[in-house]
Ligand binder design. Structure first.
Ligand code: PLZ
Length: 450
């Protein structure tokens, strides 16, 4: 494991779970009151402790409490918080220049990030990459590009899908609360197709589930109108749903046969999170466009659309861009992230985390029928909580377990259309002893809530 102090010169963070106040502590409670007075209530808080430092496997708060981090800031700090190479690269860049705007006077790091993405993403065809700031912005641009290329307008997203909070991406997102309610009208020409959800569809065959989706698309949208399918290879906010094998491949083949652009939203699953560089790699699927963000830049805001040159080159000169897209600090961070993943063997690390987590959680499931399913890939693992012997969601238990984990020094997140999925997204820099201890905490909480 990397010693941050050696590269950053910053304080080495003890890798331990340690609570020195109640949660939240007095300083966090003060800040929470100020937040309530200064920030709208619309911006939620999962765990109301205010961070002052984070690294390797912990987040430290203003009261001196040290939490085991099973959240990575929602799958962002995959290489770790303030990862040494990222800190070094960004520090050098901030001293050189912070911004010129790539559309005004360009710089080479943007090109290098594009080259790296063109190299790392699936398929050996000619590719182009364009950079943005957030996942939602990149998804919007993928749709713009697909419409420009196909000269068609309709876009299909899937049940349980999550693609962002901007107007078009709200339309693509499935779940009403909290993402959409009251915020319409939404962008037009967005349609929804059924997903493969093995735990809830009786383990239906992936190809068969895809054919059902295609049937809906052909009957309700019509291929002649359809620009693109947008799909997360593993649903993130929707519940860490891994579709049955063959689902993605069948959809991708159908897209190819019908000149529909297949867009993989790898915002949450990309950059080593699932034990491959991209989640589609598990299925040998080659998307036409692949959207990345989050883990790409170790916590700096960066996102990208990468894809077939002829598709990404469809929009006219000046048709793509933005003031900050591919900001130099974020590009420096992204290059350091790629180097860290490749030099530190982080794909293997993600697979090792999967093995440890699945073994422990599967054993827990055997003794606790409230855990309906353990699923996910790499360091993207979840448990779906249900009433024993059924698939009836238990969101209350999910909330209670998450709250108990927070009170006991473990950052966990929930997700799922039914709010009944506990998800675990540790940074790949997490030392083994903290991974094990986090799982011990969960095991004790499941026992205590029985
Ligand atoms: N696509 C697959 O997971 C962001 C959302 C948190 P942005 N997921 C976290 C919240 O409640 O806002 C996400 C994603 C997938 C797109 C996005 C959007 O990425 O960087 O948040 O815009």
């Amino acid at each position: 494991m990397t010693q941050r102090a050696t590269v950053t010169g910053g304080p080495f963070l003890p890798q331990r779970r340690r609570l020195v106040t109640e949660i939240p502590g007095p300083r966090s409670r003060d800040l929470l009151a100020r937040k309530g007075a200064a920030v709208p209530r619309g911006v939620g808080t999962t765990l109301p402790v205010f961070a002052v430092a984070a690294g390797d496997g912990v987040v430290v708060d203003v009261d001196g409490n040290s939490f085991i981090d099973f959240g990575s800031g929602i799958a962002v700090t995959t290489v770790g918080n303030s990862a040494p190479r990222v800190v070094e690269a960004v520090t050098a860049q901030v001293q050189a220049f912070t911004h010129t705007c790539f559309m005004v006077t360009p710089y080479d790091t943007y090109i290098r990030v594009a080259e790296e993405l063109n190299r790392l993403t699936p398929g050996d065809h000619d590719k182009r990459t364009v950079l943005f700031n957030s996942g939602a912005e990149a998804v919007e641009n993928a749709v713009k590009i697909a419409r420009s290329y196909t000269k068609r307008q309709a876009v299909v997203a899937f049940d349980h899908g999550y693609h962002g909070r901007t107007n078009l991406t709200m339309a693509l997102t499935a779940k009403n609360m909290p993402y959409k309610s009251g915020f319409g009208p939404f962008a037009g020409e967005v349609y929804r197709a059924p997903l493969s959800y093995p735990f809830r569809d009786g383990g239906r065959d992936g190809a068969e589930a895809a054919r059902e989706a295609v049937d809906v698309i052909e009957k309700q949208v019509g291929v002649d109108n359809l620009a693109a399918l947008v799909i997360e290879p593993i649903q993130g906010e929707g519940g860490f749903i891994v579709p049955a094998p063959g689902f993605l491949a069948t959809l991708a083949e159908w897209c190819r046969a019908n000149d529909v652009v297949f867009i993989a939203d790898e915002v949450q699953t990309g950059f080593a999170r699932t034990g491959e560089m991209f989640a589609v790699d598990h299925e040998g699927v080659v998307p036409d466009l692949i959207v990345t963000a989050k883990g790409i830049a170790g916590g700096l805001p960066l996102a990208a659309v990468t894809g077939r040159a002829e598709i990404v080159d469809a929009p006219h000169v000046g048709g793509l861009g933005g003031t900050y897209g591919g900001n130099p600090l974020a590009c420096a961070a992204a290059l350091a992230v790629v180097e860290t993943i490749e030099s530190d063997g982080l794909l293997d690390r993600a697979r090792a985390i999967e093995k440890t987590m699945k073994e422990r959680l599967t054993a827990l499931r055997q003794s606790d029928p409230r855990i309906g399913e353990v699923r996910g890939r790499g360091a993207m693992i979840a448990v779906e909580l249900v009433e024993p012997g059924s698939t009836t969601p238990d969101p209350d238990l999910t909330k209670r377990v998450a709250a108990a984990a927070h009170a006991d020094g473990l950052v966990v997140l929930t997700c799922g259309t039914y709010g009944n999925v506990l998800r675990f997204l540790p940074p790949l820099s997490m030392p083994d002893h903290l991974l094990t201890e986090g799982l011990d905490v969960l095991e004790r909480i499941f026992e205590a809530t029985r």
